[in-house]
Design a protein around this ligand. Structure first.
Ligand code: 5GP
Length: 194
């Protein structure tokens, strides 16, 4: 998505080897018009998949997921993050290692909001090693819900997440695909191949 790439070029900051900071429009301040345009892209791409629910993880996935769900006309559910969890009776849970915080979180979704009747679109802000998506896939499996696809705002192709999803034959749409960081600059990948 050209508009997104331009924003990344203009406002993104590369931190260390493998982190992109985009706090001015995605991860702290949020640009609602851009979110809406991205939600429409996701909805258009997955329009024929029979999606009944959009799933994400709090907090940075919520904005793009909400816009995708609005455009698809289905509810959005976000998994909550906890450090540890004792009462799990009415919850589907999964363990997720956080790439940016380097901590382990339990994520959970109430059994009331996901069932075997659902076909899910998973949305997240970044795809790095695929841990967050994997946690949501585990939860979908536990609920018996089908997964129609994964949409991410930004994927870093040099990490494992992209291949992880492709290997599972799950349709994947990344609105911006980063091939590498080169001396603090972002190099985009325009390969159509998944
Ligand atoms: P994964 O679970 O795919 O390893 O990492 C994805 C999660 O880590 C995303 O939900 C996102 O919050 C965070 N993340 C991964 N890489 C980056 C990055 O380069 N920048 C930012 N801001 N967050 C990232």
């Amino acid at each position: 998505m050209k508009r997104l790439e331009e924003r990344i070029d203009a406002e993104g900051r590369v931190l260390g080897e493998d982190i992109l900071k985009v706090d001015s429009f995605l991860n702290h301040q949020v640009d609602p018009e851009l979110m809406q345009a991205m939600g429409d892209e996701f909805a258009h791409y997955f329009a024929d998949m029979g999606i009944t629910k959009v799933l994400t993880v709090e907090s940075s996935g919520i904005a793009p997921a909400l816009m995708a769900s609005l455009s698809l006309g289905v509810p959005m559910v976000f998994a909550r993050k906890h450090k540890s969890l004792t009462l799990t009776d009415n919850l589907y849970t999964a363990t997720v290692y956080s790439f940016t915080k380097q901590t382990e979180n339990t994520i959970s979704i109430s059994k009331s909001f996901l069932s075997a009747d659902d076909k899910v679109l998973i949305i997240d802000d970044f795809l790095a090693n695929g841990q967050a998506v994997n946690g949501l896939l585990d939860i979908c499996e536990a609920a018996g819900a089908a997964v129609g696809g994964v949409g991410v705002v930004i994927e870093k192709r040099f990490q494992r997440g992209h291949q992880f999803i492709v290997d599972r034959h799950i349709p994947l749409l990344a609105l911006a695909s980063i091939a590498s960081f080169d001396n603090g600059h972002v190099v985009f990948s325009h390969e159509k191949e998944q």
